[in-house]
Design a protein around this ligand. Sequence first.
Ligand code: NAD
Length: 495
Amino acid sequence: MIATELLIGGKPVPGEGDPLVVENPYTESELATVALPSPEQVDAAVAAARDAAKGWATTPAIERCELLHEVAARMRARTDELAELMTKEGGKPLVENSDEVGWTAAAFDYYAEMGRNFAGRVIPSIESTQLSLVLKEPMGVVACIVPWNYPLLLLSWKLAPALAAGNTVVAKPSELTPLSTLALAECFEHLPPGVVNLLAGDGRIGEAIVSDDRVDCVAFTGSVETGKKIAHICADRVARINLELGGKDPFIVCPDVAPAIDVAARGGAWAAFLNAGQVCTSAERFYVLEPVFDDYLQAFVDYTNSLVVGDPLDANTDIGPLVSARQRDRVAAQVDAAVAAGADVVTGGGPGGNGTGYFYAPTVVTGAPAETDLLREETFGPVAPLVRVKSLDEAIELANSTRFGLGANVYTKDLDTILRCMREIKAGTLWFNDPLTDNDAGPFGGMKQSGFGRELGQEGLEAFQETKHVHLETSLAPKEWWYPYGGGSSQPKGA
Ligand code: NAD
């Protein structure tokens, strides 16, 4: 049975607000209906998190560590059930969802250890009679607002470090994929009541949580437009924010990879079509150097045509449907606009699949003018526009030409090229010859309008910690720089 209850104050409770119908994007039929929280229930969830904050903050880090490892173990034990549910509500192929559950659990294991390993540092004091500490403390209540494309993973990148740092949480998944998040309630049963609260709903519920004065920090993943709204709301009350926003990642292919052009093409196609292109770090613009362009295009198209589009629950499926009709129509409109401006569709360019489902066939486009949205704004669909460039200079300039700076990929083994790309491309993550691989220990996030702050790694823990400097003097002797100044004062050392 599909769980549709909210988790408030440690108790599963049915929502008392409007119904939300969750659709299966492959069958286009209703999967479940979730009763959304009433305003009173949103209030109760924040209140529960607030009430639990002090107890959780003072729980010894080693105990929090053990409890978070237990969360990970419970998730792993339910991999098949969770992956199937995620596939039904989001349309991502089953294998990708099984992987996602594993990565989600891994984030809890990683931060369980990180949280008991770091609470600040000791810095040199001004005088030998003193001790100076930099304390890292919990912020209090953290709101986690996440999108639909990786509902559990992106939640874990917030939830796990926030809890490990001693915060309590109110989380809200996307209105398109609430079920897998609500199904997690059992994984948190062993935590003190109120430490994790799970709600559901659209932007209105999200805004109510984000606007609540009792919420100290908002960790958000989603579109640039929603991120800006949240930033405005939080700026007004100087609440902390961590924003992971959209991307338009470039993918540069250099001539020295000619002997392995098939590998670079497979890597490119995977980076463009993974989760039907609905990845914030999808490769969305390919800048291919002139000498290898034709061979790369041929290999890319051949490989694309070999991919299996179909039922996401089928183990042979490479690419499932998009998450919604709206998302598919947005992708189609962007491709159609590029074609109207002179681009050519080499393969794909229309509905894939066969029968029901919000499919868009994996598509390769050439000749799109640089000013089209297909090369400037996020597509979030299985579309790979390939652009022929004359030089590395041109490739780097184009790579840096949008308002985004999330990730970037380069295929080359040439050391000079690697160093130039590493230094000159404005992106939070740079992948050379291995697209899109995440590492829990490596900070993830965007430059420019792709975001603010970082998730994962040490940075991802500190994103949920306040910093306090403690200056401790052990001597009660008066200081020579105090009043009266008439006696010849001097400033403290280091001032
Ligand atoms: P979205 O911005 O529409 O929604 C994201 C979440 O915010 C949802 O839970 C939604 O209900 C909520 N929300 C909407 N309006 C809100 C408001 N006013 N106040 C508070 N919450 C509100 O994004 P989406 O369509 O769900 O996801 C796709 C976007 O997410 C893409 O732009 C993609 O690039 C981005 N994304 C970024 C990353 C990253 O790490 N940088 C990762 C995955 C997805």
